[in-house]
Design a protein around this ligand. Structure first.
Ligand SMILES: Cc1cc2nc3c(=O)[nH]c(=O)nc-3n(C[C@H](O)[C@H](O)[C@H](O)COP(=O)(O)OP(=O)(O)OC[C@H]3O[C@@H](n4cnc5c(N)ncnc54)[C@H](O)[C@@H]3O)c2cc1C
Length: 381
């Protein structure tokens, strides 16, 4: 076994870290307070490869390995939860389905612009007002009329919808509920009949736009179908396996950032004649956080390594997501505790990290769904 990053991965990590430290982290507070997406930084990410992490170089992407992609998303999470989630969803949910299942023509049409940073980002619309975890229950309908697809329905909680050039949409193509009744369709954002609702008012991640989306007679030519008709659910589960590494990586980044803030504060603040860091109760929180961050990071990189090797990684991605997201919540919570009253203030950074981290055990499959996936895998072996 070799736990070292390659030279290339180390250089990549440093390049992304330096960029995030310069362009992303200093804006995190403002992004949260103003609920404005950080386009200034994101526009610059195209040339660095951050908007086409898994997109092959032939289509203008960086085509980095899965560990390097996880490293980049962790660094973004370290800088700003909102920006990280948008970029993560763009790469892992919007671009990934086209990279994995798209035709040559679809890849040429959608990927180069998405990876460049010159146009908009991308999104994936699975969740509906009446169905989230149980995706088999979605009711957004796509029907064939005169050789074209006509979509009617409503989606909920679509990350990036208002800043996307296209939304990959999971639709029902067979009215009978069954494992082959769903399909994926690429919906360009300017298609008539596609309506993006106002930004959702959220606890955190305020600079990452989330919207309800409605489809009113959205009409698209047959070549917008992504992958095979009837394989939408299977394709979605494959995409979500990769997405879970991303959400886990953001969580590690958020936890790392909160940990660093808490460590600094614990060495500065004095109570009862000594620094907080000299109290054993605080040391235990610090020791637990350091241990948990490191183990989650290892698990994320292990799942990414399996993915890169082309080996099954459904179970490991679910484990990594479960571990990392629940860890981040604990670490951010304890970082606030170390800050005492200041931790609860919006003038200090850790309450934002705590609010941002809270989503991670919910989005892209709740902790309960991860446990279901893991249990199913363990019990059927
Ligand atoms: C900020 C944000 C961004 C998001 N971005 C996207 C996006 O880009 N695209 C997208 O499609 N979706 C997105 N989502 C939606 C997200 O993926 C769903 O909210 C999530 O999958 C849960 O679905 P739900 O909200 O319908 O909850 P439900 O499925 O209704 O579940 C409610 C609760 O019941 C639990 N539960 C459900 N079934 C079971 C069971 N069988 N056993 C035990 N417990 C169960 C769940 O774990 C959860 O705790 C986003 C959500 C948020 C908040």
């Amino acid at each position: 076994m070799n736990f070292n990053l390659t030279d290339e991965q180390r250089m990549w990590r440093k390049a992304v870290h330096d960029f995030v430290e310069r362009e992303v982290k200093p804006k995190a507070h403002e992004v949260d307070e103003s609920a404005q997406f950080n386009w200034d930084a994101v526009r610059k990410m195209g040339s660095l490869g951050l908007l086409g992490l898994n997109v092959p170089e032939d289509y203008g992407g960086a085509g980095v390995d899965a560990i390097s992609a996880a490293i980049a998303i962790e660094e973004l999470g370290w800088g700003c939860g909102s920006t990280a989630l948008s970029v993560c969803a763009h790469n892992g949910l919007g671009c990934a389905p086209i990279t994995l299942f798209g035709t040559e023509a679809q890849k040429e049409r959608f990927l180069p612009s998405a990876a460049s940073g010159d146009g908009g980002l991308s999104a994936l619309a699975l969740t509906e007002p009446g169905a989230g975890s149980d995706l088999k229950g979605i009711s957004t309908r796509a029907e064939k009329q005169d050789g074209e697809w006509v979509i009617n329905g409503a989606k909920m909680w679509c990350t990036n919808a208002s800043i996307a050039d296209f939304i990959v949409t999971l639709v029902r193509t067979d009215p009978n509920i069954g494992s082959r009744s769903l399909s994926m369709i690429i919906v360009p954002a300017d298609t008539p009949g596609l309506h993006i609702g106002p930004p959702e008012k959220k606890m955190g991640l305020k600079g990452c736009p989330t919207h309800a989306v409605t489809y009113e007679g959205v009409r698209l030519t047959a070549d917008h179908l992504l992958g095979e008709e009837g394989l939408g659910l299977k394709q979605t589960l494959i995409v979500l396996d990769g997405g879970r590494i991303g959400i886990g990586a953001i969580s590690v980044g958020l936890a790392q950032a909160a940990f660093e803030e808490a460590l600094k504060y614990a060495k500065e603040r004095q109570t009862f004649g000594k620094h907080l860091a000299d109290h054993q109760a605080i040391q235990w929180m610090i020791a637990d956080a350091a241990t948990e961050i490191e183990s989650a990071r290892l698990m994320i990189r292990f799942a990414a390594w399996l993915k890169e090797e082309g080996r099954p990684y459904t179970k490991e991605a679910a484990m990594a997501k479960l571990l990392a997201t629940e860890m981040a919540e604990r670490v951010c919570r304890n970082a606030m505790q170390i800050f005492g009253g200041y931790g609860y203030s919006r003038e200090y950074p850790v309450e934002l990290m705590y609010r941002d981290a809270r989503l991670m055990t919910i989005g892209e499959g709740t902790s309960e769904m991860q446990r279901m996936v893991i249990a199913r895998q363990v019990l059927t072996r």
